[in-house]
Design a binder for this molecule. Structure first.
Ligand SMILES: CC(C)=CCNc1ncnc2c1ncn2[C@@H]1O[C@H](COP(=O)(O)O)[C@@H](O)[C@H]1O
Length: 257
C-alpha cells in the first residue's frame, strides 16, 4: 500500500511523548528541559500535570482511608431533603437498618438524605462514612459522619462509592443522585461490576423514570428490556435493606455475562 500523499493526510508524526505521537513539535522541547526551566509564574499549580498529581493523591487518600471499612452499602439521595420530610425519616431508617445488619453506610457526607442515612447508622452504633465533595455552595460534612474523606473531583469520589460498597440504596434526589445512580447502572450493564444490587426507594418517585426507560429507550432499542432488572423499586426502608443485603436487585443482569 502506498503512503498517503494528499495534503489533508497527516504526515508521519515527528515527536513522541510518553507513547503519544505529535506533529510540529520542537526537538529541544523535552520533558527534562521543561522540568528544569524557571517557571514564569506560580501558575504551575493550575496546570494539568499538577492536577494529575492532585487527582492521584485523591485516589491514594480514598483507598487509604477506606481500605479497612469492611462490608458497606452506599446510600444516595437529595442534598435538599428537609429533616421534616418523610424521605429524611426513610433515610434514617435505611441507615439504622444497615448498621443493625452489620454493614457500614457510605454517603456523600452532605445534608438532606445523606445526613439522614449517616444519622441512622451513627445512632445505631454503626460505621458512618461521608465522602464529601468540594462545591461552591457545599455546607460541609454533616454532623453524623464518623469517618469523612473530602474530594475535589466527582469522578474520584464516585469510584469510592462503588469500590467500597457492595450495593446502592437510592432515595429520591436530583441531578447528583441521578448521576450516581446511572453510573452504577452502567457499570452493572457493562459487567464492570457484578452482583451489585441497586435499590430505588419510593415507587411513586422512581416509577415514571423507569416507565420512560421502558417506553422510550427499550422501544427504540437503545437499552434492552433486561437492563430494567438492574434496579429494584421498593417503598420502604425495610424492603430496601432486605433486598440490598440479599444481593438481589441487579444480580440477574450482572450474572448473565
Ligand atoms: C441544600 C444545598 C443546596 C446544599 C448543597 N450541598 C451539598 N453538599 C454536599 N453535597 C452535595 C450538595 N449538593 C449536591 N451535592 C452532591 O450531589 C449529591 C446529591 O445531589 P442532588 O441533591 O441529588 O442533586 C451528593 O452526593 C453530592 O454529590
Amino acid at each position: 500500500m502506498s503512503a498517503p500523499t494528499g495534503s489533508s493526510r497527516n504526515p508521519l508524526p515527528q515527536l513522541r511523548r510518553f507513547g503519544i505521537w505529535r506533529k510540529n513539535g520542537s526537538g529541544r522541547d523535552t520533558a527534562d528541559a521543561r522540568l528544569l526551566e524557571t517557571p514564569r509564574s506560580s501558575d504551575f499549580t493550575h496546570t494539568d500535570p499538577w492536577r494529575v498529581m492532585r487527582i492521584q493523591s485523591e485516589f491514594v487518600q480514598g483507598f487509604d482511608a477506606l481500605a479497612d471499612i469492611g462490608p458497606a452499602i452506599s446510600v444516595f439521595g437529595s442534598a435538599r431533603t428537609k429533616p421534616e420530610s418523610p424521605y429524611y425519616a426513610v433515610g434514617v431508617e435505611v441507615g439504622r437498618r444497615l448498621a443493625e445488619a452489620g454493614v457500614g453506610v457510605i454517603t456523600g457526607g452532605g445534608p438532606g438524605s445523606m445526613e439522614a442515612a449517616n444519622r441512622g447508622a451513627s445512632e445505631a452504633g454503626g460505621l458512618s462514612i461521608g465522602l464529601g465533595i468540594e462545591l461552591p455552595f457545599e455546607s460541609g460534612m454533616n454532623a453524623w459522619v464518623g469517618l469523612g474523606v473530602d474530594f475535589r473531583y466527582f469522578f474520584a469520589r464516585k469510584t469510592m462509592f462503588v469500590k467500597y460498597a457492595q450495593g446502592f440504596v437510592v432515595l429520591p434526589g436530583g441531578l447528583g443522585t441521578l448521576d450516581e445512580l446511572f453510573e452504577a447502572m452502567v457499570l452493572v450493564q457493562t459487567s464492570k461490576v457484578s452482583q451489585f444490587p441497586i435499590v430505588l426507594v419510593d415507587k411513586a418517585f422512581w416509577g415514571p423514570l423507569m416507565d420512560w426507560i421502558r417506553d422510550v429507550m427499550v422501544v427504540q432499542g437503545l437499552v434492552s428490556a433486561q437492563d430494567l432488572d438492574i434496579v429494584a423499586l421498593v417503598d420502604t426502608a425495610e424492603e430496601a435493606v432486605e433486598l440490598v443485603m440479599a444481593g438481589k436487585a441487579g444480580a440477574k443482569v450482572a450474572g448473565r455475562g
